[in-house]
Design a protein around this ligand. Structure first.
Ligand code: AMP
Ligand code: MG
Length: 408
């Protein structure tokens, strides 16, 4: 088991990129390699286990990019050409009869002997049904050559590619009915806290409803994971020990709550007894405390419990970790720079991920950025990144990570 790195100095906050780098290294050291064949239609959100190699040329034969007329330039002297055949998409044409043209439609194979297609808008059909072309033409015009998109043997999608609708479409164009994908990552989701009860139960004094459980379970499913919903852990040590021991074989234990410094740290104690654990203090807001460790050899990520902290740390740290375990290289969400539509007067010592929106191209932020306020994220379209130590006036550039980038 590899020891987990700790921040450089006691009390020093770990920069977000350092935490990410360490998590990705830990993920790369514990790759999930088992694969399974799934139906193409069921492959969305999964990760390719092998390179997808083209078994045919795309297109498989030259075809027409237009509705029009196929002919050979050598036959065109300005004299009208008779139409010798009609070729629709899905048909196999006859070789082109010399001195003639073929009526042809988009996607139909180019007949042998033709080297050019003129679109019907530039063709005039005479009373005797012979055709005149009104513009200068060149060889290959309006013909999609064989293999233009892909040639046999080319790697079209490398192993480690996440499958989405576009990749499915591409695989379908190559005739793949199934894909070999990494098996689902099995993640046990644990909520911690005596105060938590589930929606549907009636709220007693001091209790709150568990919002992280459903949030993470749904999110993980979107990421193609197999979720073991391990329920709520009460704040007591014997139960924590027992429930952890009951988890069975999983690839990751993902918990929320119980990582704040100074609180009764039952999860931490139980994990330390049966493995190792590092408590990271991250330069991130919301979401300073995060644990990474191993319980009986199983990796554990403990996210902070406040819902907005859970969301931000899952999006920026746990999600990339889970993707990298499956061999995905591009694990970081797209971030682009937009002008701030707000003022940030007080520089912080942590990088802030404010829940915000774009308003006429400018980032604006929800009025309450408390880490307990999940509504901020429901209102938001993205995370607005304010770097540690910086202040902003309106129009200054800020990073914007669309939530749509991280939710799937
Ligand atoms: P903790 O990290 O356990 O101290 O939790 C920090 C804050 O997040 C506390 O206000 C908890 O009540 C709240 N919290 C922890 N877990 C959840 C959860 N699953 N759903 C909603 N709130 C939670
Ligand atoms: Mg707690």
């Amino acid at each position: 088991m590899k020891p987990v790195a700790k921040p450089g100095r006691t009390g020093e906050l770990m920069p977000v990129e350092v935490a990410l780098e360490q998590l990705l290294a830990l993920a790369a050291a514990a790759p999930i390699r088992d694969s399974e064949s799934v139906l193409l239609a069921a492959s969305e959100g999964r990760v390719l286990a092998d390179d997808l190699v083209a078994s045919l040329d795309l297109p498989p034969w030259p075809n027409s990019a237009m509705d029009g007329y196929a002919f050979n330039l050598a036959d065109w002297s300005g004299e009208p050409l008779p139409v010798s055949q009609r070729i629709f998409a899905g048909q196999a044409p006859e070789p082109l009869m010399p001195g003639t043209c073929a009526r042809i439609f988009t996607g139909a194979p180019i007949p042998a002997g033709a080297n050019c297609v003129e679109m019907q808008e530039n063709a005039q059909v005479q009373a005797d049904e012979r055709v005149i072309f009104v513009q200068a033409l060149r060889e290959g015009q309006n013909i999609r050559p064989q293999g233009q998109e892909t040639k046999v043997g080319e790697t079209v999608l490398p192993a480690g590619t996440r499958i989405g609708p576009i990749e499915q479409g591409l695989a379908a164009s190559l005739g793949c009915a199934t894909l070999n994908v990494i098996r689902r990552v099995k993640v046990a989701v644990l909520s911690t806290g005596d105060e938590l009860i589930e929606p549907g139960e009636s709220l007693g004094p001091g209790q709150i409803y568990n919002s992280n459980r459903v949030l993470l379970c749904s999110w993980l499913k979107r990421l193609g994971c197999e979720v073991v919903d391990a329920g709520i852990l009460p704040d007591d040590l014997p139960t924590t020990r027992r429930r952890l021991a009951e988890l069975g074989a999983v690839d990751l234990i993902l918990s929320t709550g119980g990582v704040s410094v100074g609180e009764a740290d039952f999860l931490g104690i139980a994990l330390r007894e049966a493995g190792e654990l590092a408590l990271w203090k991250l330069a991130i807001k919301p979401g300073k405390p995060l644990i990474f460790g191993h319980y009986r050899g199983v990796p554990v990520i403990g996210l902070p419990g406040n819902p907005a902290s859970t969301l931000v740390t899952f999006a920026l740290l746990a999600r990339p970790y889970l993707l990298r375990r499956q061999g995905v290289q591009a694990v970081e969400p797209l971030k682009f720079q937009v002008p701030a539509g707000f003022i940030w007067a007080k520089p912080g010592n942590r990088r802030e991920y404010l829940r915000g929106r774009l308003d006429q191209g400018r980032a604006v932020i929800y009025k309450n950025q408390s880490s307990g306020v999940l509504r901020s994220a429901a209102w938001a379209e993205g995370l607005v990144e304010v770097l540690e130590g910086s202040t902003l006036t309106e129009g200054d550039w800020v990073g914007f990570i669309p939530l749509s980038e991280v939710l799937g």
